[in-house]
Design a protein around this ligand. Structure first.
Ligand SMILES: Cc1cc2nc3c(=O)[nH]c(=O)nc-3n(C[C@H](O)[C@H](O)[C@H](O)COP(=O)(O)O)c2cc1C
Length: 352
């Protein structure tokens, strides 16, 4: 079946401009989302293995999640679950709708199974997302947790960033099983400055207090929040980030976002964040470093260049306890989650 994808489906889509292909795929998935029996049929046919585990207070049916950016507006979380994903991270969403950067802004590096993007948080806005999720994908009865990745608007000055994240939380807390605080996209000017202590500490303090307040007001458990970091920070910076994150009750670290570095073998000279195979080693180094430093104290969601069971197992062996994929799906197709999960199940690496 995955050969069928590579022989027929992939060549068809790869003839198109990358973003057009992605938009068509999203439209198809959003269409399927509205037919419960189709989702059920996909899920039954694929029958991905389950291996429950509790991480940052939530129960995950398996290790593998959909990374942020694939379903930016939360249009097909049910289909993603049917494909086997044990958690689905939607977004990045900003308080108000944004168009993102001018096109073209998405490029395949086919010979390296990699992607360069400079999308710039194109999204429908948090209010619209919140309304849609409350109606079509309510929190009750979910098996695979839904994470909502939130960010700041391009026009918001760095000093006023907290307000953007709080607005997103206010619009979306009824729908999010967890939030991911995105400070690491390279395509929103200044966003990565938020890795610096003087911005990060007050930002996380404000977010933590808001989530605490919501929990008190709703008589519900506090919604956990994760921090998604860049692979382009040096180890001493990551050490400081972790210290702040632990002090501000961050539930886990998503490592990593895309890189602005270009390994020598990447010849495409487009600006933006590089993901896929070319990112794998770099994100792995960061996961290892965090794991050594924190000694299992803070859960790591490993993301970057996972393309098969082996690369997934490597991330788990290096200290990640959950995984996410994006680029691998583009190159390997929709059966990749099942393939990875079967291999992890066979190796029994997740639950150990
Ligand atoms: C086209 C594209 C758009 C992305 N958009 C987002 C985003 O909006 N927010 C985010 O946190 N990460 C975003 N990412 C990064 C991914 O979530 C992931 O961290 C990165 O691609 C590395 O994983 P991969 O090698 O499996 O693709 C995007 C990646 C791609 C390729």
């Amino acid at each position: 079946m995955s050969d069928l994808y590579k022989m027929l489906v992939r060549p068809f889509f790869f003839k198109m401009e990358a973003e057009t292909a992605h938009e068509i795929v999203c439209e198809i998935l959003a269409y399927v989302e509205s037919f419960p029996f189709l989702k059920k049929a996909i899920e039954t046919l694929l029958h991905s293995p389950k291996d429950e585990k509790i991480v940052f207070g939530l129960t995950f049916p398996n290790a593998l999640g959909l990374a942020a950016g694939f379903d930016k507006n939360g249009l097909f979380p049910g289909v993603s679950k049917a494909l086997g994903f044990g958690h689905i991270e939607i977004g990045t969403v900003t308080p108000k709708p944004q168009l993102g950067n001018i096109k073209p802004r998405l490029f395949r590096v086919i010979e390296e199974n990699s992607i360069i993007n400079r999308m710039g948080f194109n999204n429908h806005g948090a209010e619209a997302m919140g309304r849609r999720l409350e109606k079509y994908y309510p929190k009750q009865g979910r098996i695979s947790p839904l994470g909502i990745n939130i960010g700041k608007a391009k026009s918001t000055p760095l000093e006023e960033t907290l307000g953007d994240y709080l607005q997103c939380i206010d619009f979306l807390n009824k729908s999010a099983d967890y939030f991911t605080i995105n400070i690491s996209s390279p395509n929103t000017p200044g966003l990565r400055e938020l890795h610096k202590q003087e911005f990060l500490d007050p930002l996380l303090k404000g977010i933590d207090e808001r989530l605490e307040k919501i929990a008190k007001m709703t008589f519900q458990e506090k919604i956990p929040y994760l921090l998604k970091i860049s692979p382009d920070e040096d180890f001493s910076s990551i050490e400081k980030i972790l210290e702040i994150a632990v002090g501000r009750n961050v539930g886990g670290i998503v490592a990593t976002n895309t890189t602005t570095d270009r390994p020598n073998h990447i010849r495409l000279s487009e600006e933006g964040g590089l993901s896929g195979k070319a990112l794998e080693d770099k994100s792995l180094e960061i996961i290892k470093f965090i794991n050594q430093l924190t000694n299992d104290k803070i859960p790591i969601v490993g993301v970057g260049g996972i393309s098969d069971g082996n690369s997934a197992a490597k991330k788990l062996d290096s200290g990640a306890c959950l995984l996410q994929i994006y680029s691998g799906l583009v190159f390997e197709g929709p059966l990749l989650p099942k393939k990875i999960l079967n291999e992890l199940y066979r190796r029994k690496v997740w639950l150990t």
